[in-house]
Design a protein around this ligand. Structure first.
Ligand code: IVH
Length: 694
């Protein structure tokens, strides 16, 4: 019997150690098969001797029955929160404030700092008695949390016994409480969400919600199936431990076998701290976890203590928050917006919320299929995201906050502007208003024309006014506007009318390719228009070409060619072109305009991962190809850029990180080709379809 006890102890120690090597250090020293062999041996010994099963046994990570509810736990010391700043200046101000409060003999210049990532997860407090993990709790209100021990045990990186490495000889206090953050790594989150969707379940809006939802499960076997990770950063209580600095505390935690973030720094001056924070902000998109900022801590723990607390925020630490990419707000309503092509897109009307320095009142809901898949409802609290200068969009609802009053978002049966019934083409998810006279479409088309022809001084509101007043029935009518008609409108005086007409007149000198762009043919943005104009140097040549001739042009695919042929096949369009001709616009290339310009993405290879905010995978591929680039399915040394969307795939992401392949988002991709909002690349490009004042 003693031999068996001895063997069980050995096995536990070994397995816990190998777990630590694998999950915390990322450096296993035995094969998976060898590990499994040890694990099975322990399992069968414990089955034969259930009286010897102990809580620190690695076989006991998932155990026990589902609970009725979570018990309350009082924390050994208040679990404080943090003051924060978003500006580098705020860091200097913080330091200036505490400089006045330093004890006798301590000078501000002598302070040193530890800077750590602020991982966006869920705060947890872990209790160890004689080196064994006995209890884990949520933060709760900072004094009392909830007992989620059974769930926390399932996190593989959490040491069930410390030190995880038996070779470590540091003292283990009889009681130790450690603070950390449980989170879901981005690659695991993406995979997890995909598996939810495949099973017809709703995806989570972000990794934080996924982590929180996973830890709130009453049945630990569900939590065990969720890919949670942990990182620890503070000792809340440690009997008899003598640790003087935060840097030593991190070291101690690391030695005991706790996962500690790698991206931490020990810095001497505030300038170093600020530089590091800014470095960090740039690096943010390349990491496999979501950090919403960094935490700056005075290294000297006694000093931290002496500086005390304001409200719930210790003076000795400060969060430097990165610009938000996400906010939560209420979805008040969903409107259908009519695009230039007549496509109806759902747009969320939101309770105004601040995000990245602007107030957001509307956000894209992409399309009705997406709304149904994510089960977004009116009345939901939703997560709004925004990356770079891309249009904000609704990432998903927070289902836990529903009260039952939420209503589904339905696809409209009629155009919200002209009232005509909508049509859904068989092979598309979008519904369309096909009324050629629909004023909403007309406004969008004219606005697009004005932007493409660079008619400065003719704003969107004025365009709308001209349409509403019946002065403009198509873009060509701009050229027959008369001063006396405009002067009758509110807000126009002699001078402004004169300027406006002069700007319209001047646009007649724009080159042929701009006119071609301005027509708003689907899939024909400025680059395609230039390509077409080189091969078909007049509108007549292009109108006479058939689909085959058009798609034979390098850089033009069948989809574009079909769209061009369809456009010129419609009498309404031909009539407008004749009006433009009469007005004196350039409908043919001038000699000097013909010089060759290489496509902006020529020779570049791209890989796409994750969901892009406004383009489907196919649209993004078409976009890149149209500008001369190539898209491949996996990252290699030949990849020039990884285009990263929401929930990126782990393999591509890691490979790109390894190889140092630059990562860009959709906005940056658009910037590379100089394509802004006026650049219509597919019928669903949302920006132009959002209401004014977004
Ligand atoms: S220190 C007394 N360090 O951010 C120290 N907090 O907004 C107070 N967090 O609720 C916290 N990473 O859960 C600290 N490296 C880190 C952190 C961190 C994430 C969380 C923490 C807290 C919140 C404060």
């Amino acid at each position: 019997m003693q031999d068996i006890e001895q063997r069980i102890r050995e096995l536990r120690e070994q397995i816990n150690y190998h777990n630590y090597r694998y999950y915390v250090l990322n450096a296993p020293v035995i094969s998976d098969a060898e590990y499994d062999r040890l694990f099975r041996e322990l399992q069968s010994l414990e089955e034969a001797h259930p009286e010897l099963i102990a809580p620190d046994s690695p076989t006991q990570r998932v155990g026990g029955e589902p609970q009725e509810k979570f018990e309350k736990v009082r924390h050994p010391a208040p679990i404080l929160s943090l003051a924060s700043t978003t500006e580098p200046e705020g860091i200097r101000e913080w330091l200036a404030r505490i400089s006045k409060l330093l004890p006798e003999g301590v000078r501000a210049e002598d302070l040193d700092f530890v800077v750590e990532p602020k991982i966006d997860g869920l705060t947890v407090v872990l209790h160890y008695v004689d080196g064994v993990f006995v209890q884990g709790a949520t933060r709760g209100n900072g004094e009392i949390g909830e007992d989620i021990t059974a769930n926390l045990r399932t996190i593989k990186g959490l040491p069930l016994r410390i030190p995880a490495d038996p070779a470590v000889t540091l003292p283990v206090p009889p009681r130790l409480a450690v603070r950390g953050e449980a989170y879901m790594p981005l690659d695991a989150f993406a995979k997890f969400n995909r598996s939810l969707e495949e099973n017809g379940e709703k995806p989570f809006a972000n990794p934080r919600n996924a982590a929180a939802g996973s830890l709130r499960q009453l049945d630990p076997s569900i939590t065990a199936a969720r890919p949670l990770s942990l990182w620890c950063y503070a000792i809340v209580a440690g009997e008899g431990l003598d640790i003087a600095t935060q840097w030593q505390a991190l070291d101690y935690l690391r030695s005991m076998g706790f996962p500690v973030a790698r991206d931490v720094a020990h810095l001497r001056t505030v300038d170093e701290v600020i530089a590091y924070c800014q470095e960090w902000m740039k690096k943010r998109d390349t990491l496999n976890y979501e950090a919403d900022g960094v935490v700056i801590k005075i290294n000297d723990l006694r000093l931290q203590e002496a500086l005390g607390v304001v409200g719930k925020d210790p003076r000795g630490a400060l969060a430097f928050k990165f610009p938000a990419r996400e906010a939560t707000t209420k979805l008040l309503d969903a409107e259908a917006s009519v695009g230039r092509t007549g496509a109806l897109t759902p747009v969320a009307v939101l309770e105004p919320v601040e995000l990245g320095g602007v107030t957001i009142k509307h956000a894209s809901l992409h399309n009705y299929e997406d709304v149904a898949r994510k089960d977004i409802r009116i009345g939901d609290t939703v997560v709004i995201k925004r990356a770079g200068d891309v249009i904000p969009y609704v990432a998903g609802p927070i289902v836990d906050l529903r009260d039952g009053s939420e209503r589904p978002i339905t696809m409209p049966e009629r155009c919200p502007v002209c009232g005509e019934p909508v049509v859904q083409p068989e092979d598309e998810v979008a519904v369309y208003c096909v009324n050629a006279a629909c004023p909403a479409q007309l406004k969008r088309r004219v606005r697009h024309f004005v932007a493409a022809m660079e008619i400065d001084g003719l704003g969107e509101r004025t365009v709308d006014l001209f349409v509403d007043e019946g002065l403009v029935h198509d873009a060509a009518d701009l050229y027959t506007l008369r001063a006396e008609d405009i002067l009758k409108l509110e807000g126009f005086a002699e001078k402004s009318t004169e300027n406006l007409l002069a700007a319209i007149e001047a646009s007649k000198q724009q080159p042929f390719w701009r006119v071609l762009t301005a027509l708003g043919i689907r899939y024909v943005g400025s680059v395609v228009a230039q390509t077409l104009a080189r091969r078909f140097p007049s509108i007549d040549a292009l109108m006479q070409a058939d689909q085959e001739e058009i798609q034979n042009v390098e850089g033009i695919g069948p989809r574009i060619a079909a769209s061009v042929v369809d456009y010129f096949g419609r009498p309404r369009h031909r009539e407008m072109i004749e009006k433009l001709r009469r007005a004196g616009l350039r409908l043919a290339e001038e000699e000097r305009e013909k010089e060759e310009k290489p496509l902006p993405l020529a020779g570049k290879t791209f890989v796409i991962t994750g969901t892009l905010p406004t383009m489907s995978r196919e649209a993004a591929t078409a976009f890149i190809e149209r500008y001369g680039g190539k898209v491949t399915g996996s990252v290699s040394a030949k990849t020039d850029y990884l285009v990263v969307g929401e929930s990126p795939g782990g393999t591509k992401y890691r490979k790109a990180q390894e190889l140092g392949v630059p990562m860009i988002d959709e906005a940056q991709l658009r910037e590379m080709v100089g394509a802004g909002a006026g650049e219509q690349d597919n019928g669903n490009w949302i920006q132009e379809q959002l209401p004014l004042g977004l």
